[in-house]
Design a binder for this molecule. Sequence first.
Ligand code: NCD
Length: 309
Amino acid sequence: MSLKGRDIVWIGDLSEEEILTVLDEAQRMVPIARGEIKSKIMDGRILASLFFEPSTRTRLSFETAMHRLGGDVITIAGQEGSSLIKGETLADTIRMAESYSDIIAIRHPKEGAARLASTFSKKPIINGGDGAGQHPTQTLLDLFTIRNNTGGFEGIQVAIAGDLKYGRTVHSLSLALGRFGAEMTFVAPDRIQMPEYIREELDKMGARYHTRDDVKKVIPDSDVLYMTRIQKERFPEEEEYMKVAGAFKIDAEALEGARKNLIVMHPLPRVDEIHHSVDRTPHAKYFEQAFNGVPVRMALLKLILEVAE
Ligand code: NCD
């Protein structure tokens, strides 16, 4: 098994075995991610980080991962900072980036953009989020966080709540959890429930899932509660957004009947779906989750560029 030179565009690009290899490698990367051990394994390598949509955690953790491994980074943050705004095509931008770098991480507002980029590039492409499509590296760090806290995936109860229609993190996450045998409950108002095409994929793999519309009712039976933001920017009409804005909110009180080991996760940024009172409870894992982006992305860079230690 080798990830050398591979594109990571959809979570389905990785087999179960490959996903577990990334998680194991990420575990070994933690002391380097924390800055406790120095590494130079990426010396002379360049990551092109092309973010045509806002990002805090994904871009910064990709860049931190490369820096902590002794590599270099070139960055585009926002369409304004690049020639896309002058009308340059994605294909030309990618052709430039591949000639300047060894690996490309890309975030783009259009679904399918990362896959398209991978057809123009001989260098590996990692999807950092394509519109309402997928976000596979987020899924890897979500799986890493879940496994470190629950011990595994088989049979665990995962409630996934919020904007399941436009939220790309939950698309990749549910496809991965389904393959690893977790039981999922999709909690959302009807109009932003999990898309049919994802449910069809889950049906094909025989994954177990339910749909609900009240987050408070699912809390007592969950091992993981994965909250998400309503993706305001992806709604075609403001009016549609207003119908679901603030649909789910949890606070410390809502977690009183929860299992002792329940973990609350969120890809962040949060708007109002998790009250700050939750931050002080032992359930809150979203900041640990955000940190985990660094070791997980280090592991990916190492495996894809196949550098020796
Ligand atoms: C998410 C994203 O960009 O899809 N954020 C992230 O990468 N951590 C979630 C979101 O924007 O709501």
